[in-house]
Design a protein around this ligand. Structure first.
Ligand code: IPM
Ligand code: MG
Length: 360
């Protein structure tokens, strides 16, 4: 019997449409081969939505996303929208999507592929075998806390304000996701905070600690965020699963991603308590290379694999897709961002064609 799935596609800005086009072709091929029917609907987000509707997340887009089984997002943002008022910026659309779908848990794996060890800026012995999962809280913390704004003081000065706030229940629900994730991995969870300075972090640490007895098979440690940033580049293999708040997770997940040599290779999943999740590359919209057929589509393709695995419960199709990525790398195909000596440099489309050749 054919299984049928409704997928919302949000290509967004910059290289987004190029990497999305490759991924859709790959998904169609997998679908034909494995008897999966995908019903794709494309919607606007980010700068593309601002240009078309004046808003970075039109209501229509959120409606379409809510009615689907999963959302595949590429990337948002670009120089031309950077000076707009904040409520009209592409980033605001992404944050509104996360909030609108209740996506509080962001899973960002940083796994180094053996074929790409030399693409890392760190030494082989430091990065070989790195396999980290960053569990980032995504709908709370300083990104969403109030008060926020730029205010005028009584003395005529300006005062910029954001508020880092977490409630006990917000910490508990991300904590549970993190412990469960660590359980399925190597059973080590490192919670990252700034409890030596911030009250909000002290509450974070207390709540995460209180969850630990429910997960006797997971070893919990705590680390301050500055030390975690250092340890990630000093000895990344000490980490299995990391759980942290929104801002620290934003920063540390970029650092973890770069260990692997290319942020262009890494997928992510953003999940809520129920309803569709959003699957997207960790990288951004790379406006400097947009429209030039230079982008690496593999993080988008691997995001589709995560979608198949976690949202659509199609592990065989996900394996097949991930295997295809490994095979094209073994065949020596590289986009510019992961290029190294004696490999074959290809553009975005040609990388897609290489994947299709492997899949047929
Ligand atoms: C990310 C991005 C976003 C964030 C921006 C684009 C709003 O950096 O997904 O990591 O800060 O969360
Ligand atoms: Mg980021």
């Amino acid at each position: 019997m054919t299984s049928s799935f409704r997928i919302t596609l949000l290509p967004g800005d910059g290289i987004g449409p190029e990497i999305m086009a490759v991924t859709v072709e790959v998904l169609k091929t997998i679908g034909r081969q494995m008897d999966l029917a995908f019903e794709f609907e494309t919607a606007l987000i980010g700068g593309a939505a601002i240009d078309a509707t004046g808003e970075p997340l039109p209501e229509e887009t959120l409606k379409i996303c809510k009615a689907s089984d999963a959302v595949l997002l590429a990337a948002i943002g670009g120089y031309q929208w950077d000076s707009l008022p904040r409520h009209q910026r592409p980033e605001t659309g992404l944050l509104a999507l996360r909030a609108g779908l209740g996506l509080f848990a962001n899973l960002r794996p940083a796994t180094i592929l053996p074929q790409l060890v030399d693409a890392s800026s760190l030494k082989r012995e430091v990065v070989e075998g790195v396999d980290i999962m960053v569990v980032r809280e995504l709908t709370g913390g300083i990104y969403f806390g109030s008060p926020k704004g730029i205010f005028e003081t009584e003395t005529g000065h300006k005062r910029g304000v954001n508020t880092m706030v977490y409630t006990d229940s917000e910490i508990d629900r991300i904590g549970k996701v993190a412990f469960a994730t660590a359980q399925k991995r190597r059973g080590q969870l490192c919670s990252v905070d700034k409890a030596n300075v911030l009250e909000v972090s002290q509450l974070w640490r207390d709540r995460i600690t209180a969850l630990a007895p429910d997960y006797p098979d997971v070893t919990l440690t705590h680390m301050y965020v500055d030390n975690a940033a250092m340890q990630l580049i000093r000895w990344p293999k000490q980490f299995d699963t990391i759980v942290t708040g929104n801002l620290f997770g934003d920063i540390l997940s970029d650092a973890a991603a770069m260990l692997t040599g290319s942020i262009g290779m890494l997928p992510s999943a953003s999940l809520g308590a129920d309803g569709p999740g959003v699957y997207e590359p960790v990288h951004g919209s790379a406006p400097d290379i947009a429209g030039q057929d230079k982008a690496n589509p593999l993080a988008q393709v691997l995001s589709a694999a995560m979608m198949l695995r976690y949202a659509l419960d199609q592990p065989a199709a996900a394996d097949r897709l991930e295997q295809a990525v490994t095979t094209v790398l073994d065949q020596g195909y590289r986009t510019g961002d992961i290029m190294s000596a004696s490999m074959t440099q290809v553009g975005c489309q040609a990388m897609g064609e290489a994947l299709l050749r492997v899949l047929v």
